[in-house]
Write a protein that binds this ligand. Sequence first.
Ligand SMILES: [Mn+2]
Length: 284
Amino acid sequence: MTAAAPPEPEEFLSGETGHVAGVRRTLSRTIGDALLDLRARTAASSLDRLAAAVPQRAVLALSVYRPDSAQVAPAVRELESTRHELRLALGSTGAALPGLPTVATDLAGGKFQNLNALLQGAPSFDWLLVFDDDVGLPRHFLDRFLGLADHFDLALAQPAQTLMSHAAWRVTRRRPGSLVRETRFVEIGPVTAFRKDAAELLTPFPDLRYGWGLDLHWAALAAERGWRLGVVDALPVRHERSPVGTAYGHDDAIAEAREFLTGRPFVPAAQAQETLATHRTASS
Ligand SMILES: [Mn+2]
């Protein structure tokens, strides 16, 4: 839909914080994640087969980290285990952490402003991967992720989030028995992958501080082009530390989204939650 007048917040907000709290809820989700991890092990060989079928790609991975991040270095180490050609361009909001390929320090902009700074002068790529500094990646993440994205012809993809993660959009939470779900929507974080043609259209990113609503706009552009989007349930990431912004009440982010979405096509929040197809095996 295209709004000539500014859209109402319920048109572009999930309406949920996605924050996991409380002893009982935390415990049941921890157990739930463990059970799903066990069940997912049966898919490992098929994930590796798909991963091995992908020609070597150039992957540009971007992240802007806070210098007190404990998770960015482990995430980088996991990505570096790939058999693809990894090109990392990291930025820090303060000083550079030792041992990380940091190309910019003291970044003071919003998320997408900072990512644009990293994109300037970045090497070429077949896939662009953007990841938060507070995300935990599963083992063999990148090879298996590209295996699934390639096999299911995804232009935009994100790993699902664990049950324990703070996921504001329930469509992005891991579902049992699924490798990949085709969706209308792939979120701006905590990990987002763009195929080359998608990145060519969607970068440089708009000059946004928060970026709420940007993913709904991407969803509309993807639909216009017939791109396939997907949430990769087989490789859930942990985004369990800092809660994402609350669903309502972050006035600056909401104001930015309203202004950004005015006159731009976007997929409304309710449709963004829809799953179009669930792939339980590589051939289904
Ligand atoms: Mn985060």
